[in-house]
Design a protein around this ligand. Structure first.
Ligand SMILES: [Zn+2]
Length: 442
């Protein structure tokens, strides 16, 4: 096995099996393909064969890479990993045969070693066969070259060993187990002319979900992208159960199956343009695609320009004091509030009744309020702190209210907002506060 692997490395990758080859070259409509599916007039069929050159597009699958296969809208490529496992792989193979669908299988070396007949069946049925490592370790993203190289080569050797002519039957396609990609692994594969296959969407059939869920995810994700490479596993019973429903739905929704094969000396790659390898190529409706590239400016002169100073922005200190970044603690400092202390608004028990009394004239009420205010203002801010709890609590919200903003006196405005509008100018208009108090007392 080791000796043959050395030979394999130097060989060019060529044709798959001849059985499917002639039919693959023609691109037909689904109806035409179905007619070519003996005994299955309603078969989904394979609409066309896409020949790809791994060296031109070494990484594919939008789950991880920028590029994917150049599929048209409603075209699907089916891929199956981790087999062959006779119990389930044979059932998958039968379903695909019955529908004349050609798919791509990524073989594990250990499976090929245990079941070489399974690999031969795939080849005989005309499917594309790539590899998927020797032991399926989920550590490719952190393996040193001494470990991933034998993993890759072991899978290729044992899969090749099951074939009669691996140089023609084995496709230079590799899918990293668990999609645990790593730059070194990809570069190694690419240096050998092997195409790295990710996928466009999985159906989570390796998870503990129902076959219905697998079917739903496959279709939902396909519908979301409109086309692409579907990743499935031919070793799972739920995949076996889901596949007939997937095929039925693909048919009902007008999807077409595309078979992918590698280019060879005798079989040139299908002509494509670069943008076709993008899942959603830029269109006329994508304006950014038509924007000119950013010109290269000369910045040497701008380096000497001085940075703007606050003066350039007409910034004033007093305005900065009122910026909203001040903390609540700062707002509570009495020194920042040029208005009189809070006890200014503390009305002795009974005063409100006096103020509201209809027997007292408005002028008399004002005079009374002014008289009671004078001695309190003289006490200063320290006096306000000692004010009795009960009346202070009742009037606390009124303290920072500016007369200009009479509406705030109803207590609905946030305290901070009201505080910001306080200024020495507004503090002078005291009679209005009495009016505010009247309002609150109601
Ligand atoms: Zn796998």
């Amino acid at each position: 096995m080791i000796g043959s692997s050395v030979v394999l490395r130097t060989r060019p990758w060529i044709v798959l099996c001849l059985s499917g080859f002639l039919g693959l070259l023609s691109v037909g409509t689904p109806a035409a393909v179905a007619a070519d599916c003996p005994g299955h007039p309603d078969a989904l069929g394979t609409s066309r064969t896409l020949v790809v050159d791994p060296r031109e597009h070494p990484r594919i699958g939008t789950m991880q890479y920028r590029e994917t296969l150049p599929l048209k809208d409603h075209e699907v490529v089916l891929t199956f990993d981790d087999g062959p496992l006779p119990k389930y792989s044979n059932q998958i193979l039968k379903m695909l045969d019955d529908e004349c669908i050609k798919a791509t299988f990524f073989i594990i070396g250990q499976q090929a070693k245990a079941n070489p007949e399974g690999v031969r069946k795939l080849i005989a049925a005309g499917h594309t066969v790539g590899t998927h490592s020797m032991n399926h370790p989920l550590t490719f993203d952190r393996m040193p070259v001494e470990k991933y190289e034998p993993e890759i080569n072991g899978g290729i050797e044992w899969t090749s060993a099951a074939m009669t002519d691996p140089s023609k039957q084995l496709a230079p396609f590799f899918r990293i187990p668990g999609l645990m990609r790593a730059e070194g692994v990809e570069n190694y594969l690419i240096s050998r002319g092997i195409q790295v296959w990710s996928a466009d969407f999985p159906a989570d059939d390796w998870r503990h979900v129902s076959s219905d869920r697998v079917y739903q995810l496959a279709m939902q994700r396909l519908e979301a992208k409109g086309k692409g490479i579907l990743l499935l596993h031919d070793i799972q019973p739920r995949t076996v159960a889901a596949l007939p429903k997937i095929i039925r739905d693909l048919k009902a929704r007008g999807y077409r199956i595309v078979h992918v094969v590698p280019a060879t000396a005798d079989r040139p790659a299908t002509p494509t343009t670069a943008v076709e390898w993008l899942l959603h190529p830029p269109t006329e409706t994508t304006p950014i695609a038509r924007w000119p590239s950013v010109p290269t400016f000369v910045f040497t002169q701008t380096r000497t320009m001085p940075a703007p100073s606050p003066a350039d922005l007409n910034a004033q200190t007093e305005h900065q004091v009122l910026l909203p970044h001040r903390t609540k603690g700062q707002l509570n400092l009495a020194s920042t509030l040029p208005t009189p202390g809070r006890d200014l608004y503390t009305i002795p028990e009974g005063s409100i009744e006096v103020l509201l009394s209809t027997t007292l004239s408005r002028r008399a009420a004002t005079r009374l309020a002014m008289a009671s205010e004078a001695p309190r203002a003289a006490k200063g801010k320290s006096g306000s702190i000692k004010t009795g709890k009960s009346p202070a609590a009742r009037t606390a919200h009124a303290a920072p209210v500016a007369p200009k903003h009479a509406a705030d006196a109803n207590g609905t405005a946030p305290r901070n907002a009201a505080s910001k509008s306080a200024s020495p100018k507004t503090a002078a208009a005291r009679p209005t506060r009495v009016a505010s108090l009247k309002k609150r007392a109601q």
